[in-house]
Design a protein around this ligand. Structure first.
Ligand code: TMP
Length: 213
């Protein structure tokens, strides 16, 4: 595994789980507490990545599953090499909205791509970075669809069975890696979830300061 001085924290969940709201709340609390951090999102976070994001989410394209997989990986590779690895080497705290688990959940469990193949590509694309903490916001697919409302990008427009497989996949990832992935019930209030997330972050930052891992 890649050795780092920094911290990589990732947020995951199905579309409509409230992840972006929690990312915003967390960013505000970190900033208010004077904790330096770098907010990132996937796909995105670099010029190349943001352009790939547009292609991936635009309803006017319909790439094959394999093309879609490689586009997510290309964006990840660029972000890891250009931004994440240097920031971790500098000892920074990164909060990334989606990362490697999204590909396992969406293209793997959701789309049916071989999970070991995705793990291999993830490893290549990231240089072996594994988040120290992943917060999984879990919500039933029906509730998430309601929260998303009418306007939907290409990924959000996939049918409910796809989103159910993605949710089940996320929960399986959390069962396999309970030391890394913490599941938060996203049907709680925004404030309750924000507080749970904040406590997790504070514990991790304190542990990092005391032990340096
Ligand atoms: P979001 O920024 O609103 O979460 O949108 C990103 C979309 O891309 C979301 O539907 C999840 C999807 N996605 C994948 O399918 N695979 C991936 O590897 C990543 C990072 C995102």
């Amino acid at each position: 595994m890649f050795k780092t001085r920094g911290l990589l924290i990732t947020l995951e969940g199905i579309d409509g789980c409230g992840k972006s709201t929690q990312a915003t709340i967390l960013a505000r609390r970190l900033a208010d507490s004077g904790i330096d951090f770098l907010p990132l999102r996937e796909p995105g976070g670099t010029a190349v990545g943001e352009n790939i994001r547009q292609v991936l989410l635009d309803n006017c394209y319909s790439p094959s599953l394999q093309a879609e997989l490689f586009l997510y990986m290309a964006a990840r590779s660029e972000l890891a090499e250009q931004v994440i690895l240097p920031a971790l080497r500098d000892g920074r705290i990164i909060v990334c909205d989606r990362f490697t688990d999204s590909t396992l959940a969406y293209q793997g469990y959701g789309g049916g791509v071989d999970l070991d193949f995705i793990r291999l590509l993830n490893h290549r694309a990231t240089g072996g970075i594994v988040p120290q903490l992943t917060i999984l916001l879990d919500l039933p697919v029906e509730a998430a669809a309601e929260r998303r409302g009418a306007s939907a990008d290409r990924m959000e427009s996939k049918d409910i069975r796809f989103h159910q497989r993605v949710r089940n996949g996320y929960l399986e990832i959390a069962r396999f890696e309970p030391h890394r992935v913490v599941v938060i019930d996203a049907s709680g209030t925004v404030e309750e979830q924000g507080e749970l997330i904040w406590q997790l972050i504070l514990e991790l930052v304190a542990a990092k300061r005391t032990t340096g891992f």
